[in-house]
Design a protein around this ligand. Structure first.
Ligand SMILES: Cc1cc2nc3c(=O)[nH]c(=O)nc-3n(C[C@H](O)[C@H](O)[C@H](O)COP(=O)(O)O)c2cc1C
Length: 180
Protein backbone atom coordinates (compact mmCIF):
# COMPACT_ATOMS: atom_id res chain seq x y z
CA UNK A 1 0.00 0.00 0.00
CA UNK A 2 1.61 3.23 -1.10
CA UNK A 3 0.57 5.96 1.33
CA UNK A 4 1.02 9.71 1.57
CA UNK A 5 0.20 12.00 4.48
CA UNK A 6 -1.09 15.45 3.51
CA UNK A 7 -1.81 18.07 6.12
CA UNK A 8 -2.82 21.61 6.86
CA UNK A 9 -1.74 23.13 10.15
CA UNK A 10 -1.86 26.69 11.39
CA UNK A 11 -0.16 26.44 14.76
CA UNK A 12 1.73 23.18 14.47
CA UNK A 13 -0.28 20.44 16.18
CA UNK A 14 -1.56 18.82 13.00
CA UNK A 15 1.88 19.18 11.47
CA UNK A 16 3.30 17.34 14.48
CA UNK A 17 0.65 14.62 14.12
CA UNK A 18 1.16 14.32 10.35
CA UNK A 19 4.92 13.97 10.74
CA UNK A 20 4.48 11.35 13.44
CA UNK A 21 2.12 9.33 11.21
CA UNK A 22 4.46 9.62 8.21
CA UNK A 23 7.43 8.50 10.32
CA UNK A 24 5.49 5.50 11.66
CA UNK A 25 4.37 4.47 8.17
CA UNK A 26 7.69 5.42 6.61
CA UNK A 27 5.76 7.22 3.87
CA UNK A 28 5.74 10.51 1.99
CA UNK A 29 4.30 13.68 3.46
CA UNK A 30 3.30 17.06 2.05
CA UNK A 31 1.77 20.24 3.39
CA UNK A 32 -1.43 21.74 1.94
CA UNK A 33 -0.87 25.43 1.21
CA UNK A 34 -3.97 27.52 0.46
CA UNK A 35 -3.70 30.11 -2.33
CA UNK A 36 -4.80 32.76 0.15
CA UNK A 37 -2.79 31.61 3.12
CA UNK A 38 -4.01 34.14 5.67
CA UNK A 39 -6.05 32.94 8.59
CA UNK A 40 -8.78 35.49 7.88
CA UNK A 41 -9.39 33.97 4.42
CA UNK A 42 -9.17 30.42 5.74
CA UNK A 43 -11.71 31.24 8.46
CA UNK A 44 -14.20 33.07 6.23
CA UNK A 45 -14.02 30.53 3.40
CA UNK A 46 -14.39 27.68 5.90
CA UNK A 47 -17.54 29.28 7.33
CA UNK A 48 -18.92 29.75 3.80
CA UNK A 49 -18.03 26.12 2.94
CA UNK A 50 -16.02 27.42 -0.03
CA UNK A 51 -12.36 27.06 -0.85
CA UNK A 52 -10.23 29.69 -2.61
CA UNK A 53 -8.11 26.72 -3.72
CA UNK A 54 -4.76 25.28 -2.77
CA UNK A 55 -1.32 25.24 -4.38
CA UNK A 56 -0.48 22.21 -6.52
CA UNK A 57 1.24 19.47 -4.54
CA UNK A 58 4.68 18.34 -5.64
CA UNK A 59 3.77 14.64 -5.24
CA UNK A 60 1.70 12.90 -7.91
CA UNK A 61 -1.30 11.67 -5.93
CA UNK A 62 -2.42 9.21 -8.61
CA UNK A 63 0.56 7.04 -7.55
CA UNK A 64 -0.81 6.50 -4.03
CA UNK A 65 -3.22 3.78 -2.88
CA UNK A 66 -4.32 5.80 0.13
CA UNK A 67 -4.09 9.23 1.67
CA UNK A 68 -3.95 10.21 5.32
CA UNK A 69 -5.37 13.72 5.65
CA UNK A 70 -4.56 15.72 8.79
CA UNK A 71 -6.02 19.05 9.79
CA UNK A 72 -7.80 20.97 12.55
CA UNK A 73 -11.39 22.04 13.13
CA UNK A 74 -12.09 25.75 13.10
CA UNK A 75 -15.53 27.08 14.13
CA UNK A 76 -17.14 23.68 13.75
CA UNK A 77 -16.29 23.46 10.05
CA UNK A 78 -14.56 21.04 7.73
CA UNK A 79 -11.99 23.72 6.92
CA UNK A 80 -11.45 25.19 3.47
CA UNK A 81 -7.84 23.97 2.91
CA UNK A 82 -9.09 20.39 3.40
CA UNK A 83 -12.14 20.99 1.20
CA UNK A 84 -9.84 22.58 -1.39
CA UNK A 85 -7.54 19.56 -1.29
CA UNK A 86 -10.45 17.17 -1.86
CA UNK A 87 -12.00 19.15 -4.67
CA UNK A 88 -8.64 19.54 -6.46
CA UNK A 89 -7.58 15.91 -6.13
CA UNK A 90 -10.94 14.10 -5.96
CA UNK A 91 -10.16 11.93 -9.00
CA UNK A 92 -6.85 10.79 -7.48
CA UNK A 93 -8.25 9.86 -4.08
CA UNK A 94 -8.79 6.12 -3.76
CA UNK A 95 -9.02 5.76 0.03
CA UNK A 96 -8.73 8.50 2.60
CA UNK A 97 -8.16 8.38 6.37
CA UNK A 98 -8.81 11.58 8.30
CA UNK A 99 -6.80 12.40 11.44
CA UNK A 100 -7.74 15.56 13.24
CA UNK A 101 -6.11 17.34 16.15
CA UNK A 102 -8.71 19.75 17.54
CA UNK A 103 -9.95 21.33 20.76
CA UNK A 104 -13.21 19.41 21.11
CA UNK A 105 -13.13 16.42 23.43
CA UNK A 106 -14.82 13.03 23.00
CA UNK A 107 -17.58 14.31 25.31
CA UNK A 108 -18.26 17.38 23.13
CA UNK A 109 -17.66 15.79 19.73
CA UNK A 110 -21.32 15.97 18.68
CA UNK A 111 -21.78 19.59 19.77
CA UNK A 112 -22.01 22.39 17.21
CA UNK A 113 -18.22 22.89 17.29
CA UNK A 114 -17.29 19.26 17.78
CA UNK A 115 -15.18 17.04 15.56
CA UNK A 116 -17.99 14.46 15.23
CA UNK A 117 -20.05 16.92 13.19
CA UNK A 118 -17.01 17.68 11.04
CA UNK A 119 -16.41 13.97 10.42
CA UNK A 120 -20.00 13.77 9.12
CA UNK A 121 -19.29 16.69 6.75
CA UNK A 122 -16.17 14.87 5.48
CA UNK A 123 -18.23 11.69 4.96
CA UNK A 124 -20.87 13.63 2.98
CA UNK A 125 -18.16 14.87 0.63
CA UNK A 126 -16.00 11.77 0.31
CA UNK A 127 -18.64 9.05 0.76
CA UNK A 128 -17.20 5.52 0.58
CA UNK A 129 -13.70 6.87 -0.14
CA UNK A 130 -13.48 7.94 3.52
CA UNK A 131 -12.39 4.80 5.33
CA UNK A 132 -12.22 6.17 8.85
CA UNK A 133 -11.72 9.29 10.95
CA UNK A 134 -9.85 9.67 14.21
CA UNK A 135 -9.67 12.64 16.56
CA UNK A 136 -6.62 13.54 18.59
CA UNK A 137 -8.22 16.01 21.01
CA UNK A 138 -6.00 18.53 22.77
CA UNK A 139 -7.90 17.95 26.07
CA UNK A 140 -6.23 14.51 26.15
CA UNK A 141 -2.82 16.14 26.63
CA UNK A 142 -3.69 18.53 29.47
CA UNK A 143 -4.09 17.49 33.13
CA UNK A 144 -7.50 15.96 33.89
CA UNK A 145 -8.55 18.81 36.20
CA UNK A 146 -7.82 21.36 33.44
CA UNK A 147 -9.65 19.68 30.54
CA UNK A 148 -12.36 22.35 30.61
CA UNK A 149 -9.90 25.26 30.75
CA UNK A 150 -10.52 26.62 27.25
CA UNK A 151 -7.64 29.15 27.41
CA UNK A 152 -5.20 26.37 28.21
CA UNK A 153 -6.70 24.08 25.54
CA UNK A 154 -6.36 26.78 22.87
CA UNK A 155 -2.75 27.50 23.85
CA UNK A 156 -1.61 23.87 24.03
CA UNK A 157 0.21 22.31 21.06
CA UNK A 158 1.05 18.66 20.55
CA UNK A 159 4.69 17.90 21.33
CA UNK A 160 6.95 15.00 22.33
CA UNK A 161 6.56 16.00 25.98
CA UNK A 162 2.74 15.78 26.08
CA UNK A 163 2.08 13.04 23.48
CA UNK A 164 1.74 10.31 26.10
CA UNK A 165 -0.99 8.21 27.73
CA UNK A 166 -4.41 8.07 26.02
CA UNK A 167 -3.40 10.10 22.96
CA UNK A 168 -0.38 7.85 22.39
CA UNK A 169 -2.62 4.75 22.67
CA UNK A 170 -5.08 6.29 20.22
CA UNK A 171 -2.20 7.00 17.85
CA UNK A 172 -0.97 3.40 18.06
CA UNK A 173 -4.52 2.14 17.30
CA UNK A 174 -4.72 4.47 14.33
CA UNK A 175 -1.43 3.15 12.94
CA UNK A 176 -2.58 -0.41 13.65
CA UNK A 177 -5.79 0.15 11.63
CA UNK A 178 -3.68 1.39 8.73
CA UNK A 179 -1.60 -1.76 8.95
CA UNK A 180 -4.67 -4.07 8.71
C1 LIG B 1 -10.33 30.54 15.52
C2 LIG B 1 -10.28 29.12 16.02
C3 LIG B 1 -11.45 28.37 16.01
C4 LIG B 1 -11.44 27.05 16.48
N1 LIG B 1 -12.60 26.34 16.44
C5 LIG B 1 -12.61 25.05 16.87
C6 LIG B 1 -13.81 24.27 16.83
O1 LIG B 1 -14.86 24.70 16.40
N2 LIG B 1 -13.76 22.99 17.26
C7 LIG B 1 -12.60 22.43 17.74
O2 LIG B 1 -12.62 21.26 18.11
N3 LIG B 1 -11.44 23.13 17.79
C8 LIG B 1 -11.42 24.43 17.36
N4 LIG B 1 -10.27 25.16 17.39
C9 LIG B 1 -9.06 24.54 17.94
C10 LIG B 1 -8.13 23.97 16.88
O3 LIG B 1 -8.78 22.95 16.14
C11 LIG B 1 -6.93 23.39 17.61
O4 LIG B 1 -6.24 24.43 18.28
C12 LIG B 1 -5.98 22.64 16.67
O5 LIG B 1 -5.11 21.86 17.45
C13 LIG B 1 -5.16 23.57 15.81
O6 LIG B 1 -4.38 22.80 14.94
P1 LIG B 1 -3.03 23.34 14.30
O7 LIG B 1 -2.08 23.64 15.47
O8 LIG B 1 -2.56 22.23 13.47
O9 LIG B 1 -3.35 24.58 13.53
C14 LIG B 1 -10.24 26.47 16.94
C15 LIG B 1 -9.06 27.23 16.93
C16 LIG B 1 -9.08 28.54 16.47
C17 LIG B 1 -7.79 29.33 16.48
Amino acid sequence: MKTIVVYYSRTGSNEYLAEKIARSLNCDIEEIVPHLNLFFFVAVSSLLKKSPGIKTLSHNLSEYDRIVLCGPVFMGTFISPLRGFISKYEKNIKKLYFACCCASSDATKDDKFGHGSVFKMAKDILKEKLVFCEAFPIPLVVPEDKQKDSDLIMKTRLSDSNFTGEIQRRFENFIQKLAE
